[in-house]
Design a protein around this ligand. Structure first.
Ligand SMILES: Cc1cc2nc3c(=O)[nH]c(=O)nc-3n(C[C@H](O)[C@H](O)[C@H](O)COP(=O)(O)OP(=O)(O)OC[C@H]3O[C@@H](n4cnc5c(N)ncnc54)[C@H](O)[C@@H]3O)c2cc1C
Length: 423
């Protein structure tokens, strides 16, 4: 079982080849003091750092990142910036979360300095099976009841947008956006206030409390501060926090080479699009700005999968786009981590005096990470903030190993059967 305090991945991420996605910050060296230490330069960690700097311009804030910014999960994901609330503890909570997500989405884009004129609307949930169609029906009731926009798409319209006749029907989710996630996170990192220093290639290896101060150790340095923020998601438990509430799940993405002009006319004549599956164990697809197709699927428990992953992703893609022939071969594929809790609630709040955490993204955390990170910074400053446990719940207890893994395997094999052709 992985209990590493930081991630290492077997495959290089396909998005990170983009030259805009570089930050070049130095590693931490020697011993330093600051006012706040943030562990993890993802959406959550950067939101914490930014909000602290905005509220306390006199604070010296250090962000420790295990790898380069964007080389880990923040840059390895599928790039769906979702303001739609697809699940919540109750409809009343979803109604309250929706405007908060909309605002967080806007801030995130603004602080990334990526172009925002075009709001991508071709993001939808699509169903390939009758079970999937039933799930979409339920989703449409949920959307209606929680005041979120949606409209139905039939198979012909889905084919027109994506070039694939695999799907029976869909629900369009307006207001969401598709980005290159490596560009998004490094854009945010490059436009932070000057009082924030990011240290790359500086994984936190351990933390200790000494009276009213925290000491965080990396391989080449030590940082001390009165407050520390855990924003390293799936790896907080490797530092000793949240072991009884979360597991590390790997999921995978693969990307084709840029398609030919002719193939692009068939698959993206109406611009970029993104399909979220009707079942939670289904497969995600999208097109990219530079004319590639991306597929995201499969889950691994606490361990990254090997070459078999590529074959499974490839099969899912070929099934949807048989007419593309060799052009739909995956050029690159990679794994990334997410942190799953039993009931989907984040481990958020003050764990010990001066030690704060916002981890447990549960698979969809670009916008959520930004929202909860900002709220955590407010909490640490004693300011009024969102009632996160009320809106998102508290993570429930998980049994220890080996029961935990057995439980996960049992649920996931049942869910895979239920997902059927949505995979
Ligand atoms: C293949 C894939 C596709 C996905 N698609 C989407 C999607 O389309 N939309 C969406 O919203 N979400 C998606 N997700 C989930 C999304 O990536 C996460 O929810 C999101 O990145 C969470 O942000 P975060 O900042 O909370 O944590 P993370 O993104 O996990 O960031 C944590 C950061 O901490 C660093 N770190 C870890 N340990 C340490 C340490 N000890 N010291 C220092 N740094 C450390 C990591 O390197 C990382 O940079 C996907 C995930 C994967 C793997």
């Amino acid at each position: 079982m992985s209990s590493s305090p930081y991630p290492t991945y077997l495959q290089r991420c396909g998005w990170a080849t983009d030259s805009d996605a570089a930050t070049s910050c130095k590693p931490l060296q020697g011993e330093q003091h600051c006012d706040a230490i943030v562990i993890g330069a993802g959406y959550t960690g950067l939101a914490i750092a930014r909000r602290l700097a905005e509220q306390r311009p006199d604070y010296a804030i250090a962000v420790l990142e295990a790898d380069y910014v964007g080389a880990g999960s923040p840059g390895r994901n599928s790039g769906f910036v979702l303001e739609t609330v697809l699940s919540a503890p109750s409809k009343a909570c979803a109604k309250k979360i929706y405007p908060l997500y909309q605002q967080a989405h806007q801030q995130l884009m603004q602080h990334s300095h990526l172009p925002t004129e075009v709001k991508q609307e071709a993001v939808f949930k699509a169903a390939a099976t009758s079970r999937g169609e039933k799930a979409l029906k339920q989703l449409s009731y949920f959307m209606q009841a929680t005041g979120q926009p949606w409209h139905t798409l039939d198979a012909a319209r889905l084919k027109q947008i994506t070039g694939s006749d695999y799907y029976r029907s869909g629900i369009s989710l307006p207001g969401n956006r598709l980005v290159n996630p490596a560009q998004l996170v490094s854009g945010i990192a490059r436009h932070l206030p000057n009082s924030i220093t990011i240290y790359e290639k500086s994984p936190a290896l351990g933390l200790e409390q000494h009276h009213s101060s925290w000491k965080v150790r990396t391989s080449a340095g030590v940082l001390r501060a009165p407050r520390v923020f855990l924003a390293n998601n799936a790896f907080a438990k490797g530092l000793g926090f949240g072991q009884s509430r979360s597991v590390t799940i790997f999921t995978y993405a693969g990307i084709t080479a840029p398609l030919s002009e002719e193939a692009r006319i068939n698959t993206s004549s109406q611009g970029q699009w993104g399909i979220l599956p009707a079942h939670r164990l289904g497969t995600t697809f999208r097109s990219t700005e530079d004319g590639r197709l991306l597929v995201r699927g499969m889950y691994g428990y606490e361990q990254e999968g090997g070459a078999e992953v590529k074959d499974i992703l490839q099969r899912s893609l070929s099934k949807r786009f048989p007419a593309l022939g060799g052009a739909q071969q995956l050029e690159q594929w990679w794994g990334g981590t997410t942190s799953l809790t039993a009931n989907g609630a984040p481990l958020w709040g003050e764990l010990k005096p001066g030690l704060f955490s916002s981890v447990g993204c549960n698979g969809v955390g670009i916008v959520k990470g930004w929202l909860l990170g900002g709220a955590l910074a407010d909490l640490s400053l004693g300011q009024s903030t969102l009632d996160v446990p009320e809106l998102f719940g508290r993570p429930s207890w998980m049994p220890p190993e080996p029961l935990r893994q057995l439980g996960f395997m049992a649920v996931s094999s049942l869910e895979k059967k239920l997902a059927g052709g949505e995979q």
